[in-house]
Ligand binder design. Structure first.
Ligand code: SF4
Length: 166
């Protein structure tokens, strides 16, 4: 398994739970009936929908929030800023993929319920951060067994919680 398998979703989970990165990379499907997942999906679909357009680009899928002749702005609409670090890394990943294709873009994280927006910009420092994360994700994906359960603040709304805590 190599870096081609990495995508924005895995970058997000990397900041949340290494065990989840392994489970997702093995295509082990989480419990889709989880109510928290449904609420998150609903808000994601409804918020800012007037400006939003989803674009697929290689193995990258992101929301375009604004596309003027001078600036492409991509972003994510999230239920809460509780996992802002994970969303930031995910967005940096998208920005770096676009930069590799000679497309300059700006990133914004939107938290409609909190009326909050956070700007995200790619720089040399966070490109190194992305590379380190990618190396570690590849290492996790190549393991024969998942990393042990490490209880964290995402467990309560995680679709794998039955699997981890049964
Ligand atoms: S339930 Fe917790 S430990 Fe298990 S995969 Fe989800 S976040 Fe990770």
């Amino acid at each position: 398994m190599d870096e081609d398998k990495i995508n924005g979703t895995l970058m997000w989970y990397y900041k949340i739970c290494k065990r989840e990165v392994w489970l997702m990379s093995k295509n082990i499907i989480p419990d889709q009936k989880d109510t928290n997942i449904d609420i998150g999906r609903f808000i994601h679909e409804m918020s800012y929908s007037r400006n939003k357009k989803e674009i697929e680009f290689g193995n990258v899928k992101f929301d375009v929030l604004l596309n003027t002749k001078d600036q492409l702005v991509i972003g994510e609409t999230k239920k809460s800023s509780k996992f802002q670090e994970a969303s930031r890394l995910q967005l940096l990943y998208y920005l770096r993929e676009l930069k590799n294709a000679n497309i300059d873009a700006k990133g914004i994280l939107l938290y409609p319920e909190e009326k909050k927006r956070v700007e995200v910009e790619l720089n040399e420092e966070n490109i190194i951060e992305l590379e380190k994360a990618e190396d570690e994700i590849v290492e996790i994906m190549n393991k024969e067994v998942p990393p042990p359960v490490a209880k964290n603040k995402f467990c309560r709304s995680c679709g794998y919680r039955e699997y981890c805590f049964a």
